[in-house]
Design a protein around this ligand. Sequence first.
Ligand code: TYD
Length: 219
Amino acid sequence: MQTAGLFISFEGIDGAGKSTHITGLAEAFRAQGRAVVLTREPGGTALAEKLRDLVLNDAMDPLCEALLMFAARRDHLQQVIEPALARGEVVLCDRFTDATFAYQGAGRGFDLAVLRQLEQWVQASTEPGARLRQPDLTVWFDLPPAVAAQRLAGARLPDRFESQPQAFFERVAAGYGARMQQDPGRFARVPSDRPMEQVWLAVRQAFEQRGWLGAEVTK
Ligand code: TYD
């Protein structure tokens, strides 16, 4: 029997420290013999990476921003995510639709009903009667925006989102909280205002609890 694919997304405000843990998880899954696809949104395909460049750097209105996020997502789902899941692989995706609800919805104040409609269209399955495609698990790195701001200060040149004021990130963080409330079983909230090793342990635990990773061998 073929192993079932696993679709995992990673979320949090800018500066929450997702990247290191995503790489660590890829290694852990590969060590167990699983094929892993590491990818990101917006992006993950040639077309979606072009859209990423536009949406992170060019001025545009919120509807345009939301449409481009979902256009990139559609291509990414069709070209990369769905085929990998069909092959039984583990897809580790740096951000997915919760980011659109948090950033465009809560952060920018864009109409959530329109976002829900786009989510229905873009994540619809081609199989009749199948449920909407959603991650099997979303790891939410929850970090107070004031701490994130300190971490980001003086990092690299900020993009259109990273340059937003702290109040924007307060709204984004609340937006993630609201998404989690609507579908708590899909989320693992990881408090991230603590040393990286502790955050890593909490991340690992979320996967071990679900039986997706074996207990870590201590070095
Ligand atoms: P990010 O994932 O933080 O990548 P990097 O680590 O290279 O900065 O950057 C992507 C940015 O795009 C981030 O600021 C959040 C934003 N974003 C949205 O506003 N909406 C979305 O739907 C997605 C996927 C990302």
